[in-house]
Ligand binder design. Structure first.
Ligand SMILES: [Zn+2]
Length: 417
């Protein structure tokens, strides 16, 4: 019997609903994520990873033990390397009853069978051109696909299967972790770095083949609250202070060029994200993002300036600004050991790719882990268009990612030989 391919694994995992939920009281945020986490635990044990565990928060961890010959001197031992993927899918699109469509892409626009309004357009997806005549996977258009990050899960499981069945592949200890709740920003909340054991780690949670990530945004949440005064509109003259009008004057002054829809690459932004309000109180949440952490202060100062201006127009309203730290650019904490990045670059080259570093206009679980002392850059999976029904996966890209992580484990062992 041929070993199960990364695609076979992906198709099995994609059908399991693992959508996470914002503002949940429990951890993981949804019970159903545990279905896949427990399945992975069983499959890791079946592969012979005898130390595989699931903890009370749902984190699955396991070790592929080093097979370096004992002639390797202790001090030359390859450091333990971690590989991490998240099982949950985004709350932004349904993850129930996912029907993966495995198709040979023929070029042009691809209309999905379950909803003809969902089209993978060749113009909006330049990476499709690399997949003409090749196999891609889409959803049927009524749900997301969940390549983010079940492709990463399938890649790591395929790597584990490869290392466990081919003893000619030499490697040090390889630590594997599967995590819940990445999409709701709490994927590393209870992640036990010490128990995990890795000295360097990689999330397998990127997209285009060859793209590697060592930089993310630094991120703060700004919360502007306007306190007004409510009274029956019939007797409001001279008394009512309508917080909605004050908030409107704030919103209209937000910079229009420093916005996600107007920026790319390393450009920062201020992004009004959630708005709630009544006469007595209105709240606006804004995402502040910059690759330079100090730049977040500049963005805050712009908000303070706007608030000062608007306060003069609405002297009876009280305006409050709160800044909440979210995550930091992993580059600031990557440390001085060049191997963590050099090895990844070389592994992608050995897999026949032209690697390139791309700054992530967002955060990853690796941003938080790196900040906590575990350097964790990110590796592509072959997936695209995350968080919506037009999500698709290049099977070639996924297989290249498997090759890259297998080479990565070899390179770390070679470096120590
Ligand atoms: Zn992801």
């Amino acid at each position: 019997m041929r070993p199960e391919s990364a695609l076979d694994k992906f198709l099995r995992y994609a059908k399991i609903d693992t959508q996470s939920r914002d503002d949940a009281e429990t951890y993981p945020s949804t019970e159903k994520q545990l279905v896949l986490l427990n399945l992975l635990l069983k499959e890791l044990k079946d592969m012979g990873l005898t130390d595989a565990t699931i903890d009370s928060h749902g984190y699955v961890m396991a070790t592929i033990p080093s097979n370096l010959p004992s002639t390797h001197k202790a001090h030359r031992k390859a450091p333990p390397i971690g590989l991490i993927a998240h099982v949950d899918t985004s709350p932004s699109a349904s993850g129930t009853n996912v029907k993966p469509q495995v198709v040979t892409y023929q070029g042009g626009d691809l209309v999905l069978p379950g909803d003809s309004s969902v089209v993978l357009s060749a113009a909006e997806n330049p990476d499709l051109a690399q997949n003409i005549g090749r196999t891609i996977v889409t959803s049927d258009g009524t749900t997301l696909l969940g390549a983010d990050d079940k492709a990463g899960v399938a890649i790591i499981m395929t790597m584990a299967q490869t290392l466990m069945t081919d003893s000619s592949l030499l490697h040090g200890d390889i630590n594997i972790a599967f995590t819940p709740d990445e999409e709701v920003g709490t994927g590393t909340k209870y992640f036990d770095i010490k128990k995990f054991g890795a000295q360097f780690a990689y999330t397998v949670d990127g997209d285009t083949p060859g793209e590697l990530n060592k930089e993310t945004f630094s991120a703060n949440l700004a919360v502007i609250t306007v306190f007004g005064r409510n009274i029956h509109p019939g007797s409001a003259k001279g008394i009512m202070v309508n917080s909605i009008r004050t908030m409107a004057d704030i919103i209209v002054r937000l910079p229009k060029d420093i916005a996600p829809e107007m920026t790319e690459g390393y450009e920062p932004y201020i992004h009004p994200h959630v708005l709630e309000g009544e006469e007595a109180q209105s709240t606006l949440k804004l995402l502040l993002r910059d690759f330079i952490t100090a730049g977040l202060d500049t963005l805050k100062q712009r908000l303070e300036q706007i608030i000062r201006e608007v306060q003069l127009l609405h002297p009876k309203a009280r305006i409050e600004l709160k800044i909440i730290e979210q995550y930091r650019n992993m580059k600031d904490y990557m440390g001085s050991d060049p191997r963590v990045l050099d090895t990844l670059w070389e592994a992608a080259k050995r897999a026949g790719l032209e690697p390139h570093w791309i700054p992530i206009r967002g955060g990853t679980d690796g941003s938080r882990l790196t900040e906590k002392g575990l350097p964790t850059p990110n590796i592509f999976t072959g997936g695209h268009n995350y968080h919506g029904p037009s999500e698709w996966l290049s099977v070639d890209g996924m297989n290249k990612s498997v090759e890259t992580v297998v080479h990565l484990t070899q390179l770390w062992a070679e470096g120590s030989a």
